[in-house]
Write a protein that binds this ligand. Structure first.
Ligand code: NAP
Length: 223
């Protein structure tokens, strides 16, 4: 029986590329994001192995309902890719916008925690894996970057979660790319990391034998 991967932020960029790559590698994929039309198009392209579950993952009830639907539909959850994230349009602290920080922290920090909280009981049953999208911005210091600070949280949290999951044979991986050519940016970035490159890294981490816990995959552009 195929294993099941639940992906947040599956409607575009890294999440959509990972859905395609994982499905090609034999996984069922449960696709979570707010854009129903994009998710349904992607699920239609992948076929029976995909399930579109439109939801806002910052809404507890919507997130929990989508996770339970995914587990019921496919019979188990073997891996989770907590990938949804956003930046801000006003960078820096002095010129930053606290309302934008609030929304970004809700998605980049709190929704990663609630996604882990709601999926861990399922992953414990399968001795499964939790993969989360950090960033180069969560390993380096960037002038006034609140976005970067949310990814420093993800970097620290991923290691702590790995230690908690290890108690029952589970594994946690943080993927830390530099600039990736996705709709995260307004302009195309053809010389930067491609979303398919990050998807390959996720599939690599997920396909290792149980004796190997890939704790981090760090990818940089080669331009
Ligand atoms: N691009 C880069 O250079 C880069 C580098 C390092 C790390 N990252 C990280 O990579 C991750 C994916 O970003 P991306 O570059 O692939 O950008 P993207 O194409 O903008 O993807 C963001 C995804 O998050 C989803 N999302 C946003 N708010 C949501 C919400 N409230 N509920 C559910 N889903 C939500 C979006 O879908 P909907 O709008 O349909 O909800 C979309 O699928 C993010 O965590 C980002 O911080 C990106």
């Amino acid at each position: 029986m195929s294993k099941t991967l639940l992906i947040t932020g599956a409607s575009s960029g890294i999440g959509a590329a990972t859905a395609r790559a994982a499905a090609a590698d034999g996984w069922n994929v449960a696709l979570l994001a707010r854009s129903k039309d994009k998710l349904e198009k992607l699920a239609g392209e992948i076929g029976e192995a995909a399930l579109a579950l439109p939801c806002d993952i910052t809404d507890h009830d919507e997130l929990n309902a989508a996770i339970e639907k995914a587990a019921a539909h496919f019979g188990s959850l073997d891996a989770v890719f907590a990938n949804a994230g956003t930046g801000v349009s006003n960078p820096g602290i002095e010129k930053g916008n606290p309302d934008e920080w609030h929304a970004m922290i809700h998605l980049n920090v709190l929704a990663v925690l609630t996604t882990a909280h709601a999926t861990l009981p399922h992953l414990r049953k399968t001795r499964g894996q939790f993969v989360v999208t950090g960033s180069k911005a969560g390993r380096d210091h960037l002038k006034g970057s609140v976005y970067g600070a949310t990814k420093w949280f993800v970097q620290g949290f991923a290691g702590n979660l790995a230690e908690e999951m290890r108690e029952w044979g589970g594994r946690c991986t943080v993927i830390t790319p530099g600039m990736v050519d996705t709709p995260f940016f307004d302009e195309p970035k053809p010389d930067k990391i491609q979303p398919e490159d990050v998807a390959n890294a996720v599939v690599f981490a997920l396909s290792q034998p149980g004796t190997a816990a890939v704790r981090e995959v760090h990818i940089m552009p080669n331009d």
